[in-house]
Design a protein around this ligand. Structure first.
Ligand code: IMP
Ligand code: MG
Length: 176
């Protein structure tokens, strides 16, 4: 058990399980995109750890440019998406991989997709370490998923609860 702010969390996924999922996603991306000179656009702040592990598990080198779009406050989505670091002009004509920590309702990702399409990339791919299918209410496809999980609030491995909890190597779920 760990405590972050006012809540207790219990172990949900170990570092070893996480690495297995990362390795599988990296193999899928290597297979599909290695020859397309993809541009990786991980989203700050949550995806920093997944991007780090993904980069080390891919079997090719590639360009990376962090973007920042946020919608969360506390434990629920605000529904409003703010762009703090937008997609760069160099997305034009490139195969762009958006790297996310988690796709929940899909509101954040849909807003990002809208922004990215304006840059006229050659292709758009989404890699999200986690996916909450029961919360998802959009239509886009998440091309690469580490693991689908229930709707419970989790933290660790880049994911936070009010900016804390990101540094844990394992993933924890809030205790009922
Ligand atoms: P969406 O717009 O509802 O898909 O939310 C996506 C964003 O919400 C993610 O990038 C996370 O920052 C955050 N988020 C969603 N679920 C969780 C969770 O269980 N723990 C921590 N952050 C979450
Ligand atoms: Mg996020």
């Amino acid at each position: 058990m760990i405590t972050v702010h006012d809540k207790q969390f219990e172990l949900y996924m170990t570092e070893a399980e996480i690495q297995q999922d990362v390795n599988r996603v990296a193999a899928e991306i290597s297979r599909d995109l290695k020859d397309k000179n993809p541009l990786f656009c991980p989203t700050l702040t949550g995806a920093f750890m997944f991007m780090t592990d993904l980069a080390r598990a891919l079997d090719f080198d590639a360009e990376t440019y962090f973007v920042k779009y946020s919608s969360y406050s506390g434990m629920s989505s605000t529904g409003k998406v703010k762009s703090e670091l937008p997609f760069p002009q160099k997305c034009k004509g490139r195969h762009v991989v958006i790297v996310e920590d988690i796709v929940d309702t899909g509101i954040t990702m849909e807003a990002m997709l809208e922004e990215l399409r304006k840059m006229e990339p050659a292709g758009i791919y989404i890699a999200s370490f986690l996916f909450k299918p029961n919360s998802f209410k959009k239509n886009f496809k998440v091309d690469y998923i580490g693991r689908s999980i229930p709707n419970d609030f989790i933290l660790g491995y880049g994911l936070d609860y009010d900016n804390f909890g990101r540094f844990y190597r394992d993933i924890y779920v809030v205790s009922q």
